[in-house]
Design a protein around this ligand. Structure first.
Ligand SMILES: [Zn+2]
Length: 295
């Protein structure tokens, strides 16, 4: 399994669009979407200003269809870990390889704008949404795309890859396309990559043989754009027996007094009239749930 899925450019000079997929190994949807986009770009001999490059995130975990091997690759992007010379975990090695490729690409595209997109899916059902760090021109860029926007995730959770990309001067966001096993998630990933190529590289979408279906899924399935901010995070500490109450969808409305989860046998009740965000329904992970409100 190669790190680089593919790379495409037609006119050479122009922006860099750096897309990562399967940073969580149990989320292959973005990889398949990239493969399809590259296939269609080549089939249409499409003209783009700049370069699209697609990478596999956590290769070993992807091969085993697990979220991660030793640690979450979306939590390792901390300065201390990045400068470490000897890499002790699978994820530190994966991170080092991705940084090497990014370094080369940025050097190669010096003087041009660089964009990133990090493709994910969620354990619970969810409307597609972008997770945006409000820094540089990320937020402005995100508002060009037609899905929900959640601000502030990577400011609360340390070591996410999108935070690192932003620190390196790239503009972009994480895109959560829907539930892991929902076939629509792959379509949403495709749509987002196509729309990014249109905005960043001036791609004429109508030249793509599968247009307009290739971008329709987001228009049809995504609710109208809304912007949210995170107001609470429930962190699961080592040894906690955490159980999310069953049946929550992402972005579901919650009310004051409503039971959200149990932790060590104690009921966790909402103190907010707001929305639930990223309720945890899988074994691995230490974020139980978040609470968000509309801006
Ligand atoms: Zn993920």
């Amino acid at each position: 399994m190669k790190r680089i899925i593919d790379r495409y450019s037609s006119k050479g000079d122009g922006p860099l669009v750096f897309v990562t997929a399967a940073v969580h190994g149990n989320e292959p949807s973005g990889v398949r979407a990239l493969e399809e986009v590259f296939k269609q770009l080549r089939a249409s001999n499409a003209s783009i200003n700049g370069t699209l490059i697609g990478l596999r995130g956590n290769k070993v975990a992807l091969q085993k269809a697990v979220r991660y091997i030793d640690e979450d690759l979306n939590r390792t992007w901390k300065p201390k870990k990045i400068v470490k010379l000897i890499k002790d975990t699978n994820e530190e090695l994966e991170m080092e390889e991705i940084i090497e490729i990014l370094d080369m690409e940025l050097a190669h595209h010096r003087g041009h704008k660089a964009y990133f997109l990090d493709c994910h899916t969620t354990s619970s059902r969810s409307a597609p949404y972008m997770s945006v760090q409000v820094k540089n021109d990320n937020d402005e860029w995100a508002h060009k795309f037609p899905t929900y926007i959640v601000r502030g995730f990577s400011d609360i959770v340390n070591g996410s890859i999108d935070h690192y990309f932003t620190d390196r001067g790239l503009t972009g966001f994480t895109f959560e396309a829907g539930q892991h096993d929902d076939p629509a998630s792959e379509k949403h990933h495709q749509s987002m990559i196509w729309l990014m190529l249109k905005e960043a590289c001036g791609l004429a979408l109508s030249r793509i043989a599968t247009y307009p279906q290739c971008v329709e899924s987001l228009k049809n399935d995504a609710p109208d754009q809304k912007t949210f901010e995170i107001i609470h995070r429930h962190e699961i500490r080592e040894g906690d027996d955490f159980k999310m109450k069953l049946g929550f969808d992402n972005f579901q409305k919650i009310s004051k007094g409503e039971i959200l989860a149990t932790s060590n046998g104690i009921e966790l009740k909402s103190t907010w009239d707001a929305f639930i965000f990223m309720p945890l329904y899988q074994g691995q992970g230490n974020d139980g749930f978040f609470v968000i409100e509309e801006v």
